[in-house]
Design a protein around this ligand. Structure first.
Ligand SMILES: NC(=O)c1ccc[n+]([C@@H]2O[C@H](COP(=O)([O-])OP(=O)(O)OC[C@H]3O[C@@H](n4cnc5c(N)ncnc54)[C@H](OP(=O)(O)O)[C@@H]3O)[C@@H](O)[C@H]2O)c1
Length: 291
């Protein structure tokens, strides 16, 4: 009997990478239902409930989210509905129907005041509406506690699918000879394909937990957005000059953490994961983008 897995937000970056990786479904014991807003709106509780029941879903990988960080400052209601309330209702459905939930959260639950990589137990203090809505979703899920479920916080996600920093840099480099990019925000990029593969590794392992555990995941290493942009152009052999600028020189509606490096020891240890270095992952991604 195959294990039925629901992937929500499946047309986003992470969801698309999951679709791509399972295209030839070598996971013989599992079958996937990939849905996005048009097929299954996660804010529609009765639809989600009926879908899970009818398809006998055993695992939900929740990739659906409101990810427009700046827009959220003016659209608190939508961010709260999708990132908090929908996660709360989905957790209740999962709990009632005995479904394992794998939910994705963000480094933006932290304020960036750390000076060593964030561990899962570090104090949270979001500085944006988006970060707060994601934290509220985490807390609701932990309180309801669907069986054997987990939250994976990630950072600076990019992919061959959807819009992201890598694609924006490549596009801008076609229009300009030089760019100013922020150097005083440091973190680690995450190639969504690597995270998607790790999620697939996790769901095929036996996992029993009495609480909803939080895990951190990004690629290995550290960089600023400036370093990230420089490396994108170096690897793509694009002669665009990158100038370091400060956060103050590039004001945005949402305040972002200056430091958001995630410590990944827990997820690597518990699931025996091998995580690629960010530059190697970027090289791999640029290959897919150019193909
Ligand atoms: N992107 C990042 O840099 C980043 C960083 C840290 C954490 N994360 C987290 O990582 C996860 C995956 O991010 P991502 O970059 O793959 O996001 P994404 O590309 O924005 O994908 C999210 C998907 O969810 C869909 N969606 C929105 N509202 C929905 C609803 N009500 N019902 C069903 N689907 C809905 C979106 O559709 P529309 O596009 O049509 O709205 C989109 O296809 C999210 O939980 C995000 O918070 C992302």
């Amino acid at each position: 009997m195959p294990k039925h897995i629901l992937v929500t937000g499946a047309n986003g970056q992470l969801g698309s990478e999951l679709q791509h990786l399972t295209k030839n479904n070598t996971y013989e014991t599992v079958s996937f239902y990939f849905t996005d807003k048009e097929d299954l709106d996660i804010t529609n509780v009765s639809e989600v409930e009926a879908f899970c029941k009818e398809k006998k879903i055993k695992v939900i990988i929740n990739c659906a989210a409101y990810t427009a960080v700046d827009k959220a400052e003016e659209d608190k209601e939508s961010a709260n509905l999708i990132n908090h309330l929908a996660v709360k209702y989905m957790s209740q459905i999962a709990k009632t129907q005995g479904i394992q939930m794998i939910h994705i959260s963000t480094d933006y639950v932290f304020d960036g005041s750390n000076c060593r990589p964030y561990i899962e137990e570090d104090r949270v203090n979001p500085t944006s509406i988006y970060g707060q809505s994601k934290l509220d979703g985490e807390r609701a899920m932990q309180e309801i506690c669907p069986p054997n479920s987990l939250i994976i916080r990630t950072s600076w996600v990019y992919s061959a699918f959807g819009n992201n920093f890598v694609k924006t840099m490549l596009r801008l480099a076609k229009q300009r000879d030089e760019l100013g990019v922020i150097f005083d925000q440091v973190g680690t990029p995450t190639y969504a394909k690597n995270l998607a593969q790790s999620i697939l590794d996790i769901i095929t392992k036996k996992y029993n937990a009495s609480n909803v555990e939080v895990y951190h995941y990004s690629n290995e290493g550290v960089c600023s957005w400036y370093d990230f942009a420089k490396t994108i152009f170096e690897l793509s052999q694009i002669p665009c000059r990158v100038n370091p600028i400060t956060t103050e020189q590039y004001p945005t509606p949402a305040k972002r953490p200056h430091y958001s490096i995630l410590n990944k020891s827990k997820i690597k240890r518990e699931f025996d994961l091998d995580i690629p270095y960010w530059k190697d992952a970027l090289k791999d991604a640029l290959g897919s983008l150019e193909a």
